[in-house]
Design a protein around this ligand. Structure first.
Ligand SMILES: Nc1ncnc2c1ncn2[C@@H]1O[C@H](COP(=O)(O)OS(=O)(=O)O)[C@@H](OP(=O)(O)O)[C@H]1O
Length: 273
């Protein structure tokens, strides 16, 4: 979970808190924060500052839609409210709950190479354990059982995109889910943002002037018009835990089939290992 921020109460007289018209449902470590912050550069987007975890956590869901709405940012008439909680994608209960809220809500799914995602996921958990001075096994220990890839490892399961997407497709038509290429968003954010603007039915407002490459960070950072330049925080784009080349190859082999199943489901392919 990312750090929790308090919701922003309405400021302008005609501002109010509305339910989201679009939700970034995942994937965890796929670039969900970057996508949300970049979309928020658009004047017609109001982004929820914190992950809300309404549809994936029973203790939040039981508070009801009034609670959910109260977590949303103030928005003006005509603005599209967007929230991101990457935990939704792999949550078995989330798809039906989201449809129950609004069957027309638009869904954004940002994916990245599942092997890199897995290592990023592990690295995040490791880092959090280290901060709390707690031990955590090496990645290979979690990933391998008797020299073979362990399909029970949770971070590996979160990278089996086809399994999770199938559950969403049981509740939403494919056309209602826009897939963003997270690796492409890192290399060159603008084309992915323009496609997302179009999917959301927003006028084209995000442009090249909204981004600059920060060589120290090694990523594109944000340049809001009339605001201050900023990069995502240090939990985004950190060095990954090391993994032996042979294990990496075994992982790539493991994901070949699941990746192809995912490509068939979304109707496009990605340049993954
Ligand atoms: N512009 C920019 N700046 C920094 N980071 C960027 C950017 N665009 C995409 N990314 C990638 O976002 C990855 C983190 O993904 P998420 O925000 O989805 O993570 S989380 O699930 O919310 O914790 C993060 O993953 P790691 O590199 O593995 O840390 C980044 O690669």
């Amino acid at each position: 979970l990312e750090e929790t921020l308090l919701p922003v109460p309405p400021a302008a007289a005609n501002a109010s808190q509305g339910l989201p018209g679009a939700i970034i449902i995942g994937v965890r470590k796929g670039g969900t924060r970057a996508l949300l912050e970049m979309l928020d550069l658009h004047p017609a987007v109001a982004a929820a500052p914190a992950e809300v975890h309404f549809f994936d956590l029973d203790e939040n869901y039981r508070h009801g839609l009034g609670w959910y709405r109260a977590q949303m940012p103030a928005s003006l008439p005509g603005q599209l409210t967007v929230e991101k909680t990457p935990g939704y994608f792999a949550s078995p209960k989330a798809p039906a709950r989201v449809r129950h809220m609004d069957r027309a809500v638009r869904l954004l799914l940002i994916v990245r190479d599942p092997v890199q995602r897995l290592v990023s996921d592990y690295t995040q958990v490791l880092r959090n354990r280290q901060l709390r001075k707690k031990p955590y096994p090496a990645l290979e220990e979690l990933l391998l059982r008797q020299g073979r890839v362990n399909p029970g490892y949770r971070a590996l399961q979160r990278s089996l995109y086809h399994l999770h997407l199938r559950r969403w497709l049981a509740h939403f038509p494919r056309a209602q889910i826009h897939v963003v290429d997270g690796d492409a968003l890192v290399r060159d954010p603008l084309p992915e943002l323009k496609r997302t603007e179009r999917f959301l039915g927003l006028p084209a407002r995000i442009g090249a002037a909204n981004f600059y490459f920060n060589a120290t960070k090694g990523f594109y950072c944000l340049r809001p018009l009339g605001g201050h330049d900023r990069c995502l925080d240090e939990s985004k784009g950190r060095a990954h835990a090391p993994l032996a080349a042979a294990v990496l190859r075994a992982l790539c082999r493991f994901f070949r089939e699941p990746n192809h199943t995912f490509f068939r489901l979304v109707g496009r392919s990605f340049d993954w290992c």
